[in-house]
Write a protein that binds this ligand. Structure first.
Ligand SMILES: Nc1ncnc2c1ncn2[C@@H]1O[C@H](COP(=O)(O)OP(=O)(O)OP(=O)(O)O)[C@@H](O)[C@H]1O
Ligand SMILES: [Mg+2]
Length: 599
């Protein structure tokens, strides 16, 4: 089921760096929220117990009929301030943290999407899209979980614990020492054990996104699954992957529970020891009533907080594990990038040049080794050749869906690898072999190549729709051009999809036109109609037309015959036919049956 090294997990450090990077633009809000939460926690966990201790000290020092209310007033007032401060700081911290987390969540999604969309065609072709999307989804929720657990759990508890140790250090240092030892053991053991929790959670995330990937893949290709009666097989497959993810989570939970049981026993002992030391100090009159109160209070308070922190640390470890897969993807550098300061492509004429082109999908198996092809401005070139000879690949290299390994591809003398990809693709109208549509209306799909996002120009839609014979079937649809085409355009027939794609290319009005089997799904009658439209489309453009059906390209200015990544013959239809049976084209023409090329 695919090569798992396609998704290398990031290390914990890299994952944290990735998360911090998403939070960075809101660092002021996070710093403000953390400061407020720290102040609120200090008010609750340090100031309030100190006031209580002071109150107790006074009560213990009072005579049996003491009624010196005045001496208590400052403490009562101070306590009121502390209560208000704890609430105010807590709410300010909460509000700031909520906003910053929400914005970071949004940023994690948009940055993730930006990164995915910037990765090459080859990267996406190699990886199941459902799994990639599930990985982004899992990681963004885990990222929010990580922030919440870190801020509301670990930060708050760390402040409480440190505050307790500092206060006890001042009033009863032996107890502070016991407490510090407890914390050191706690942190040490957790640090050691949590690595296993993180590892198990990485497995969870991997199996979970793979299961989602299989679900997405099989739902998108339901026709194949159904026609092969493979529903049960796929269900078992998904079941196994979901089972794997649950097992991984159980494993994490087991490690965690075992650690928790061990740690709770150790903590109970330390707690007991702190109380015992406190009582000993009291018995030896080293500690006053207020100090004994602080010792007892902090021994239980810190013990409870540390216990509580187990859950937060588990959540953090889980979140880091679940973010690691996408952090790994985010660390992948896009392999097709614009060079620094790349200019825009200018296409005044439309000359296309492939010079000494070299390209291989796999090392050691070159497809093109020094291919030369020049298309003059306004020239219409037909590209034919057996299946797998490299026709589609040539069009993809021209669009920079992949980068050549050597040689040059230039448009009007400009090396396409040195101009922005955006400007390159803006100047090329491309109708692929299997046009894909977005799940939007026919009109929106036709206008998709326009530089005005979201704009639908209905006059233009109708004009190109008529020219590409789209209106011929759209007229019969109740919602006309507002009909939504379905997932990848599957609510349209293959031929209808091709006509919409041709209309889209017409609306774009680019100088260079690339058609890859653009009419292969049309019946002969529709094709001859659309062919008319294509002649109009080609006027004033430089066109590269890939076709199996030779009749489609017979009228073009030049026909280039390709085989095994090489140009083996070129000329006009008549010139190539004049070579007779000695020429590849002549043989192909002779083998045409019913207008189709025999495979
Ligand atoms: N993404 C890819 N990864 C690896 N190999 C690929 C990839 N795409 C195409 N190939 C291989 O490259 C060769 C050329 O493929 P290409 O799609 O360019 O052929 P084609 O001439 O367009 O064929 P057809 O007439 O069937 O459309 C084929 O052997 C194909 O298997
Ligand atoms: Mg092809």
């Amino acid at each position: 089921m695919g090569d798992r090294t396609l998704f290398p997990n990031a290390s914990n450090k890299e994952t944290l760096a990735y998360c911090l990077h998403q939070m960075k633009p809101d660092r002021r809000a996070f710093a403000g929220s953390c400061t407020a939460i720290v102040l609120g926690t200090l008010a609750n966990a340090v100031a309030a117990p100190l006031i209580f201790a002071s109150l107790l000290g006074r009560i213990a020092g009072m005579g049996p009929h003491g009624d010196d209310w005045g001496s208590f007033t400052p403490l009562i007032v101070a306590y009121a301030f502390v209560l208000v401060a704890a609430t105010v700081f807590g709410r300010i911290g909460g509000w700031l943290n909520w906003g910053a987390t929400l914005r970071s969540f949004g940023r994690a999604i948009t940055n993730g999407y930006d990164h995915l969309i910037g990765l090459s065609h080859a990267w996406h072709t190699d990886r199941p899209s459902g799994e990639v999307i599930a990985t982004l989804e899992t990681s963004t929720w885990a990222f929010v979980e990580l922030i919440d657990a870190a801020v509301w759990g670990v930060l708050r508890i760390s402040v409480t614990t440190l505050g307790a140790i500092v206060v006890l250090g001042v009033v009863a240092w032996p107890v502070a020492l016991v407490m510090a030892a407890l914390v050191a053991v706690f942190v040490g053991v957790l640090h050691h054990r949590m690595a296993r929790v993180v590892a198990a959670e990485k497995e969870f995330s991997d199996s979970h996104s793979r299961a989602t990937g299989v679900i997405a893949d099989t739902i998108a290709n339901l026709t194949t699954v159904r026609s092969q009666a493979a529903e049960d097989r796929e269900m078992v497959h998904v079941d196994r992957l979901v089972g794997d993810s649950l097992q991984a989570d159980y494993r994490a939970r087991r490690v965690f529970t075992a650690t928790r049981i061990q740690m709770e026993s150790a903590m109970a002992f330390f707690n007991w020891a702190a109380v015992a030391v406190g009582i000993l100090l009291a018995l030896h009159h080293v500690a006053a009533a207020g100090v004994v109160y602080l010792i007892l209070f902090y021994a239980t308070f810190v013990g409870t907080s540390l216990e509580e922190s187990f859950e937060f640390i588990r959540l953090m470890s889980r979140a880091i594990g679940r973010c690691a897969k996408f952090a790994g993807i985010a660390a992948t550098q896009p392999d097709i990038v614009d060079v620094a300061g790349a200019p825009e492509l200018e296409v005044p004429h439309g000359r296309v040049d492939f010079r000494q082109l070299r390209f291989a999908y796999r090392a050691g198996a070159p497809l093109f080794e020094g291919l030369d092809l020049r298309i003059e401005p306004g020239e219409h070139v037909g590209l034919v050749g057996p299946s797998g000879s490299g026709k589609t690949t040539l069009t993809k290299l021209l669009l920079r869906f992949a980068d050549r390994d050597g040689g040059l591809i230039a448009i009007d003398g400009q090396d396409i690898s040195l101009v922005t990809q955006h400007s390159l693709r803006r100047h090329i109208a491309y109708v692929p072999q299997d046009p894909q549509m977005l799940h939007r209306t026919i009109a929106e799909n036709i206008c998709y190549g326009l530089e005005r996002p979201g704009a639908v120009d209905m006059d233009l839609v109708r004009t190109v729709g008529r020219a590409a014979y789209v209106d011929e079937f759209v007229e019969r649809l109740p919602e006309g051009y507002d009909t939504v085409v379905g997932e990848r355009g599957l609510k349209l027939s293959g031929g209808q999809r091709q006509r919409v794609a041709i209309a889209q290319a017409m609306a774009k009005g680019a100088k260079v036109l690339v058609l890859d089997e653009a009419t292969s799904a049309l019946d002969s009658e529709s094709e001859s109609l659309v062919q008319e439209a294509l002649w109009h489309l080609m006027e004033g453009t430089t066109a590269l037309v890939v076709a199996h059906r030779l009749a489609t390209i017979a009228k073009l200015d030049r026909i280039v015959v390709m085989d095994h990544g090489q140009v083996v013959e070129q000329g006009t239809h008549a010139e190539l036919l004049s070579l007779g049976g000695a020429g590849v084209y002549g043989r192909l023409w002779a083998h045409q049956s019913g207008g189709f090329l025999a495979a």
